[in-house]
Design a protein around this ligand. Structure first.
Ligand code: AMP
Length: 214
C-alpha cells in the first residue's frame, strides 16, 4: 500500500512516517531527508540545492523526481510513504507515471489538517537526533534530561538551518502556492483523506491508521 502524507511544513509528516515504518514495515521516502543527505555528503547536487533549501524555496522538479525514481527501483517493503513529495502538480503527475511503470498505485493521500500558528510554534521549537532522526520539541517533547535520545541513546541533536521564522514564511508561501493545489488534484482522483493533525502524536497516528485500515 503506497500513501502520500500531505501537509505544510511542521504538520508532523516525518514523525508520522517514522511511526508507520516501525509499525507497518513501510518504507519512508522523504525528499527533504534525501536532499539533506546529499548536502552533508557534499555531492555536486547537494551543493547546488543548499542555498535554495536554506531560503525555504523548492528545488527543481527534475532533481526530486530523479531522487524518487531511483528509490522506486529498490525494495517496496510494506509500501511507500511519500513524505514531502510530491510538492508540485508536475511532481504529482510524474509520481503517477512512475508508480504505473512499476505496476503499482497510490492507495491514499493523507492530508494533515493543521493551522499556521501551530506550525510556527512547532518548527521554531524543533530539533532532531543527529543519529536516528527522532524529532523533539522544546515545549511538548523536550530532549531527555540526561541529554540522550530516547530512541537510540545518541547525544548529538540538530536544528535544521531552515527552521527559522524567515525561511518558514517562504516555506509556507511555497506550500500554499505550489503544493496546496495537490489537495484538489487528489480529491478529483478520489484519493484524498483528511486527518486531524493537531493532536498528540498517537492521536494523529490513530487517525491515519483508521484510514489505512478502512
Ligand atoms: P522538508 O524536509 O520536506 O521540509 O524539505 C526541506 C526542503 O527541501 C524544502 O524546503 C525544499 O527546499 C526541499 N524539498 C524537499 N522536498 C522537495 C520537493 N518534493 N520538491 C521541491 N523541493 C523539495
Amino acid at each position: 500500500m503506497n500513501i502520500i502524507l500531505l501537509g505544510p511544513p511542521g504538520a508532523g509528516k516525518g514523525t508520522q512516517a517514522r511511526k508507520l515504518v516501525d509499525e507497518r514495515n513501510m518504507i519512508q521516502l522523504s525528499t527533504g531527508d534525501m536532499l539533506r543527505e546529499a548536502r552533508s555528503s557534499g555531492t555536486e547536487m547537494g551543493n547546488k540545492v543548499a542555498a535554495i533549501m536554506d531560503a525555504g524555496e523548492l528545488v527543481t522538479d527534475e532533481i526530486v523526481i530523479g531522487l524518487i525514481e531511483e528509490k522506486l527501483e529498490g525494495d517496496h517493503g510494506g509500501g511507500f510513504i511519500f513524505d514531502g513529495f510530491p510538492r508540485t502538480l508536475a511532481q504529482a503527475d510524474a509520481l503517477g507515471e512512475l508508480l504505473e511503470k512499476h505496476g503499482t498505485s497510490l492507495a491514499h493521500v493523507i492530508a494533515m489538517e493543521v493551522n499556521d500558528d501551530a506550525l510556527v510554534e512547532r518548527i521554531t521549537a524543533r530539533s532532531t537526533c543527529g543519529n536516528c532522526g527522532e524529532v523533539y520539541n522544546d515545549v511538548t517533547k523536550p530532549i531527555p534530561a540526561d541529554g540522550k535520545c530516547s530512541n537510540c541513546g545518541a547525544s548529538d541533536f540538530k536544528r535544521r538551518a531552515d527552521d527559522n521564522e524567515e525561511s518558514l514564511r517562504t516555506r509556507l508561501m511555497e506550500y500554499y502556492k505550489k503544493t496546496s493545489p495537490l489537495l484538489g488534484y487528489y480529491h478529483a482522483k478520489g484519493n484524498l483523506r483528511w486527518v486531524p493533525g493537531l493532536g498528540e502524536i498517537d492521536e494523529v497516528a490513530a487517525g491515519i491508521s483508521k484510514v489505512l485500515d478502512s
